[in-house]
Design a protein around this ligand. Structure first.
Ligand code: SAM
Length: 276
């Protein structure tokens, strides 16, 4: 029995279902249920909420989310070996856990969410984490179908998500996240908290949607950030040459001798809107 429910400790679950971690699936499991509860608590009160979790694995975070009162939890797991352990959790919380076997990159999250906004919580597989985040940041309409994102990333990726101008980690991810959300690092998690331990420290990032992000086409914003940060050490008149160079910068009211990492999110939006 564990501290948060009457299910077996996760180490026993791994042994019972022979869940040896697979590197190709980005499997680094969290076995400490106090830690998984700490992560889930960062999403705010889960009482009565609908939560979506990507990559539940053996279910450490899943159990934390359910123990904290989520009315409905939809999990998406690619590794069929994890399904029996997840079904056992579902039996402990009847009618509350929906298990989807499949690739989260192919899932239509907006349809899954339905009418009420969901909270998304995940210890993400490192190989698809950034792409999933970009998909969540760029849905067809805004405000999005999600209320908050509480996500574990490698620390270096987390730093890029929350970075702003003047920060060496600032780039495309920081502009996208800063444009549409308020993002912060909640806390770091050391490698030894995972089984097996990854090489680097991880961080939990919490994002909430801005109510009224600046009006700009996501595609145009992507084009300017790609060009500007593609040659981040060059002056903008050089790096955005293919998009209009000095004339474009003049229309946007931006000094052509500046470099990408000095531009605020609002200035990137102005630049994107000036593409025309
Ligand atoms: N949530 C568990 C935990 O915290 O212990 C496992 C986290 S582990 C870092 C990532 C999980 O995502 C693994 O269970 C892996 O099988 C799953 N996964 C990997 N790629 C996936 C994908 N494309 N779609 C859904 N799940 C995926």
């Amino acid at each position: 029995m564990s501290a948060i429910d009457d299910l077996p400790p996760l180490r026993d679950v791994l042994a019972a279902h022979e869940l040896n971690a697979k590197k190709a699936l980005g499997q680094n499991f969290l076995l400490d249920l106090n830690l998984t509860q700490k992560i889930a608590r960062n999403a705010g009160s889960l009482e009565g909420a609908h939560v979506i979790e990507v990559g539940p694995g053996p279910g450490g975070l899943t159990r934390a989310i359910l123990s904290l009162g989520a009315a409905r939890l939809t999990v998406i797991e690619r590794d069929e070996r994890c399904l029996p352990a997840l079904r056992e959790i579902g039996e402990r919380y009847p009618g509350r856990l929906e298990i989807i076997e499949g690739d989260a990159l192919k899932v239509d999250f907006a349809t899954l969410a339905g009418d009420a906004p969901v909270k998304i919580i995940a210890n993400l597989p490192y190989n698809v984490g950034t792409q999933l985040l970009v998909n969540w940041l760029l849905p067809g309409s805004w405000p999005p179908y999600w209320q908050s994102l509480t996500l574990m990333f490698q620390k270096e990726v987390a730093q890029r998500i929350v970075a702003g101008p003047g920060d060496g980690h600032y780039g495309r991810l920081g502009v996208l996240a800063g444009w549409r959300t308020e993002a912060r690092i909640a806390f770091d998690v050391p490698p030894q908290a995972f089984t097996p331990p990854p090489k680097v420290t991880s961080s939990v990032v919490h994002l909430t949607p801005r109510e009224a992000p600046l009006a700009v086409a996501a595609e145009a914003l992507e084009r300017v950030t790609q060009a500007a940060f593609g040659q981040r050490r060059k002056m903008l008149r050089q790096s955005v040459k293919s998009l209009g160079g000095e004339a474009l910068l003049e229309r946007a009211g931006i000094d052509p001798t500046r470099r990408a990492e000095t531009l605020s999110v609002a200035e990137f939006c102005a630049l994107a809107n000036a593409i025309g």
